[in-house]
Design a protein around this ligand. Sequence first.
Ligand SMILES: *[C@@H]1O[C@H](CO)[C@@H](O)[C@H](O)[C@H]1NC(C)=O
Ligand SMILES: *[C@@H]1O[C@H](CO)[C@@H](O)[C@H](O)[C@H]1NC(C)=O
Ligand SMILES: CC(=O)N[C@H]1CO[C@H](CO)[C@@H](O)[C@@H]1O
Length: 754
Amino acid sequence: MCTNIRNRVWIILAILCFSLLICSTKAVVSYDRKALIINGQRRILISGSIHYPRSTPEMWPDLINKAKEGGLDVIQTYIFWNGHEPSPGKYYFGDRYDLVKFIKLVHEAGLYVSLRIGPYVCAEWNFGGIPVWLKYVPGMVFRTENEPFKIAMQKFTKKIVDMMKEEKLFETQGGPIILSQIENEYGPMQWEIGSAGKAYSKWTAAMALGLSTGVPWIMCKQEDAPYPIINTCNGFYCEGFNPNSVNQPKMWSENWTGWFMEFGGAIPNRPVEDLAVSVARFIQNGGSFMNYYMYHGGTNFDRTAGVFVATSYDYDAPLDEYGLLREPKYSHLKELHKVIKLCEPVLVSVDSTMTSLGDKQEAHVFKSKTSCAAFLSNYDTNNAAKVMFGGFPYDLPPWSVSILPDCKTEYFNTAKIRSPSILMKMVPTSTRFLWESYKEEIPSLSDAGTFAQDGLLEQISMTRDTTDYFWYLTEITISSDERFLKTGVDPFLTICSAGHALHVFVNGQLAGTAYGSLSSPKFTFSQKINLRVGTNKIALLSTAVGLPNAGVHYETWNTGILGPATLSGVNSGTWDMSKWKWSYKIGTRGEDMSLHNVTGSSFEEWKEESFVVKDQPFFFIIKKFWAETRNLSQSEITTYKSQPLTWYKSSFATPEGNEPLALDMNTMGKGQVWVNGHSIGRHWPAYKARGSCGRCNYPGIYIEKKCLSNCGQATQRWYHVPRSWLKPFGNLLVVFEEWGGDPSGITLVKRTPQ
Ligand SMILES: *[C@@H]1O[C@H](CO)[C@@H](O)[C@H](O)[C@H]1NC(C)=O
Ligand SMILES: *[C@@H]1O[C@H](CO)[C@@H](O)[C@H](O)[C@H]1NC(C)=O
Ligand SMILES: CC(=O)N[C@H]1CO[C@H](CO)[C@@H](O)[C@@H]1O
């Protein structure tokens, strides 16, 4: 009996211990007005965004380790619905979209995850992350009180939450996820939409809460987020932000480390001093969760970039596009994170008191019985200040914060950079390309795959975004009595497009090109064209450059040629071509034949590249001669743009070493590039950066416009080729060039410190 009883006690004890053991690896995540509480402890958390499809799985461990080394506690990512559900009900979670693998790697590194499910994500991502097919579900209106949308959104959100639960990835299950986000920056949208928006946002909140993840939900930029969902701040500065309940912590879900690049725009930079000031001020004002957007921006591979967004998503982030440290940004922020961690115990246990130290100087002091931390701030953007604090003098540079983790010693000042800067450069490798080319034929009205219809068709409703390209074809017949208004004056063609770029071919010759920009995707092609008496073939190649990802009902915005389309300058007056019968073709022939990969490209007859030079040797030599005698820079020698619509391919060996690789595309125009069948994205070096660049004027409040570089040059010249996509020999490089360019100028470069 006795032993029996003892045995039973042991068993009970064993069960207790066992469950305690499990409990100790599982944590409860809650919050109060000060901070998130993980396993009973309030935490100051430094987070950074890394979007898994913007790098390769082979890069993930290194990126995550560097983030950990840099002092991050949390990795934040969006979830990219259109990458995960390319067609209705057909899910994809492989390769760069292997979400579970990514989260598990973060967990293995000992970091937490903040999961921004959205599923609308903005993120400068194609269509805001929502699948294009969803737009064509009957009755669909995105992101408002609309049944079809709510059903689809709930289904996908639930799918992700269930998947995370199944893999035991929430913190309460022993996993790394401590937060999830529903919707994204919906507040400003709701304000414009009104009551339907309000109803929708209430519904999303309730729907999310109903999924019982066990960890808190956040909604960014959502002032009326219903309790217990936490409203969080996005912006360059968030120190003045307060959540909508006094019982909630101050959280900053997007602190912009830089800005994204758009084709035709200059490259934005954010000085690290300013970034550090914004973080220090947020923490001194009681902030407890801060996320860098982006910590690693990466690359918009494939056709994943939002409208006019460049292929590089570098974002001037602490880890550059290639995953290398950006110095001194990375190390300076690492120092900042260290000192914040030294202060953490007192930061989470007491509130600060603020005292003025001067006109534009303040001390924020966190003092408990056992410890003390002080933040001394100088808000003067022009002048340094000498302040007295606790009986000692401190020098504060303009626009800076000093952090004293013991209220005495200045461990860190946001403007005093001790880490060396490292400039990176692109060094040519010895890799040579031997090009072969294939001419993309302009389709003719009788081609298979063309179809005719009256009037002008919207592009995406036809392509469903399976390709950037859509042909509009027609014929203009000029009878001999249809003389032009004045002999010798060519007629004028006017084509209005809703976006985004257009190449006009008349009788097989490129007559001109026109394109819009991020701020105005619409544009008009308006030009004299050469017509002859008889039938003239008009072929308009309309190209999409990503789809819109932000704005009220952006899903209703059009792409392609919607008219008016007119021809003027003929005897009988102006012809309205908009109502004519047009023929259409979706995509290019090269795409139909899969010229981008080994299978497709090996079936076609390619010409050796020398034909390009043979075709126009004189032109080529003259250009070169001019360039040399006029001392033009390499970028000005854009060489002969003589071959629009050409596919190029070359085989190449991988250079030794492990430096990241890129293609220098500066001599090319616009198109797409593939390596071993993987799309490295859209190239468009012919789109030069507008705007006026200047020295970035730190100190001073960050003004995006003043921190620009690269004006007058290609917005994006280099295109990342991930090493993991290459084999030692026999790699296939394929370029589709729309405008024409000089492929002999394409080089493979290594990114190395200067
Ligand atoms: C090439 O692309 C086509 C179409 O996307 C695909 O069916 C085929 O499997 C690809 N071939 C290889 C070797 O990837
Ligand atoms: C040619 O250009 C380079 C760089 O722009 C300049 O340094 C050099 O002096 C120029 N040479 C002549 C002969 O103008
Ligand atoms: C694009 C954007 O919203 N920028 C804002 C970022 O935050 C600063 C300061 O809070 C605002 O002035 C910008 O307009």
